[in-house]
Design a protein around this ligand. Sequence first.
Ligand SMILES: *[C@@H]1O[C@H](CO)[C@@H](O)[C@H](O)[C@H]1NC(C)=O
Ligand SMILES: *[C@@H]1O[C@H](CO)[C@@H](O)[C@H](O)[C@H]1NC(C)=O
Ligand SMILES: *[C@@H]1O[C@H](CO)[C@@H](O)[C@H](O)[C@H]1NC(C)=O
Ligand SMILES: *[C@@H]1O[C@H](CO)[C@@H](O)[C@H](O)[C@H]1NC(C)=O
Ligand SMILES: *[C@@H]1O[C@H](CO)[C@@H](O)[C@H](O)[C@H]1NC(C)=O
Ligand SMILES: *[C@@H]1O[C@H](CO)[C@@H](O)[C@H](O)[C@H]1NC(C)=O
Ligand SMILES: [Ca+2]
Ligand SMILES: [Ca+2]
Ligand SMILES: [Ca+2]
Length: 588
Amino acid sequence: MACRLMTFSALCVLLGFLVAPSATEKAGIRTSVSKGINGGVSCAVCSVVVALVEQTSEFHNESVATAMARLCSYLPEPDKYQKFCKQFVDAIGPVLIKLLAEDASPDRACHALGICTTDPGRQPCVSIPEPSLLADFEERVKRGREIVIRHDRHGIFQAGINICDLPGIKEICKLIDNIFDNHVPALDEDHDSFSTYPTLRGSAWRGKDCDDSNPQRHPGAVPVDDDASSDSNCNGIYGTDPKTKVAYEKELCAGTEPRGVAVLGDSISAHFHLPENWFDATQISAAAFKHLDFIVENEIDWPEMSSATGLGFNNWTEVIQGPVDSVYMRLRERNRCNHKDYQNIAVNGARSGSMDSGIMESLARNQETDRPMVVIYALVGNDVCNGHVDDTFAHMTTPQQMRANVLRTLEYLDTRLPKNSTVFLVGLADGRVLYDSLSHRIHPIGRFWNRFTYSQFYDYFNCLQVTPCCGWMNSNSTVRNMTTQRAIELSAQLQDVAAKNQTYYNHFNVHYMANPINKAIEVWNAKGGQTWQLLEPVDGFHSNQYGQALTAQIIWEVAEKLVPGVFGPTNPNNQRIAQLFGDQGAYF
Ligand SMILES: *[C@@H]1O[C@H](CO)[C@@H](O)[C@H](O)[C@H]1NC(C)=O
Ligand SMILES: *[C@@H]1O[C@H](CO)[C@@H](O)[C@H](O)[C@H]1NC(C)=O
Ligand SMILES: *[C@@H]1O[C@H](CO)[C@@H](O)[C@H](O)[C@H]1NC(C)=O
Ligand SMILES: *[C@@H]1O[C@H](CO)[C@@H](O)[C@H](O)[C@H]1NC(C)=O
Ligand SMILES: *[C@@H]1O[C@H](CO)[C@@H](O)[C@H](O)[C@H]1NC(C)=O
Ligand SMILES: *[C@@H]1O[C@H](CO)[C@@H](O)[C@H](O)[C@H]1NC(C)=O
Ligand SMILES: [Ca+2]
Ligand SMILES: [Ca+2]
Ligand SMILES: [Ca+2]
């Protein structure tokens, strides 16, 4: 949920995602992941990579050199990821092989390489622990350092080197920097904020544009001339009934009160998901990276499978499993005239302040000529996930700030949303569930060695001061409780604004709903499920596909109870629409 709520977690780290703070700054999003101490993000990436290489080599009983070549061979595109990987291995391989032959600890190796440091007055940060890791730590690092210097022919491994300066990684950092810069589609000829391309904020995020040369024609539009000759609102319904001579849009949709759905959210709503089999030496394979471009160009988010805007199919089963359910799917099932009317305006790391300054403006709705919307405002954790272990409470959003931020967003929405819209303010999550359900489990990064619990994983990121949410990803239960306390105070502001300003706005009513995840967990537990089964294994922070699907069900049920009729009536023509127009046009 948070550091860029959850954006920046371990794997992100691995790929150098954390190193793209410039993009997030430009977009007005303050990232809560700082550069950190003791090498910070660079150090975390190094430890994860070295641990993966070592475990791969042990698992396959092969040399470190062969293991590195194996890992590169799993990556797609010889001219892109595979090439970057080989450049990286060319630079680091010879040194790393010599180093690991002497000392197998990832932590000491990364110190010897100069990527991890022990800053003045600090203790070294320890990732995957081994017995007596810290005994003779400095002495052994010093011996390792001598090996590095002896074999570092190009003088790459200066002390304190940033991972993004390394050959191969440099290119990946640049790539990511560009992708994370935008909240509107990169490919959009008519600039109506709807695209024909799936990724880069395209149709995985918002309905596919059915006419990319005309900005008036887009998902959610009230159809022009009842779409008698062509589709102007992209729902696949157009033409004229030859029997009645009435346009199909009129015959099948008029009076059915069509509407769309949008979510203004963070990485939970964007559905951040790092494939577990990228990190686990026993599972990693070429299949795990088959969709790498798609995943990276979607910011490691899965809006097309999310609780708000999931589309109902899974073409990526190599890296994501579980049921798909969403508010959009239910809204479409309710009334097929709503086909393609979805917008996922969620950004990793978003919080109430960044929503106001750069994110909410990317919502595309014409107040006069588009249909109403159900808007879900769900910033469920980043407001309490800022700062690092020494100062997190000083960096949390205050109740007063939360109130001011949400009021600004609502004022803005009143200038954008068509009449008859509805806004739901969703409360913050109680992130204590993370520690409570995961702390003793083994993280995928240490799976083959069968060490590295989530508790250690959280502490490691805290030590480096690069955690996405030190308040909850923390082994100190007082800190976790205090973080929840603030989350409750911020939710109370949302609740109060919704109660007092429920009918204040001209274009929508506003309602509050408690965060659905706790209810989802209850439902899951009642069916005999374990809570950790709803959580993302790699980042130990977000809800996974099962959690997303359950969340959709709960949001839907709660919303209908709060506001009967909020999703409109069932369209009696649904079956005819299906017969006449089939799937109404593909999403991608
Ligand atoms: C690993 O490989 C070496 C030689 O390459 C062999 O001697 C050894 O038996 C192998 N170990 C296992 C567990 O397969
Ligand atoms: C994606 O999934 C849908 C529905 O399961 C299927 O019809 C389609 O063929 C899949 N596309 C690809 C490229 O796998
Ligand atoms: C709003 O909804 C009501 C019925 O729920 C409908 O009668 C009215 O025409 C709608 N107004 C607009 C502007 O769509
Ligand atoms: C836990 O955090 C609280 C609040 O910051 C602090 O007072 C306490 O000393 C910490 N406990 C431990 C065991 O570190
Ligand atoms: C934190 O809150 C839980 C639940 O309310 C409670 O059981 C626990 O004792 C609290 N821990 C601390 C250190 O206050
Ligand atoms: C309702 O919204 C208006 C406009 O943003 C704001 O001035 C007012 O304080 C709000 N009322 C409450 C009780 O929050
Ligand atoms: Ca367009
Ligand atoms: Ca268009
Ligand atoms: Ca149409």
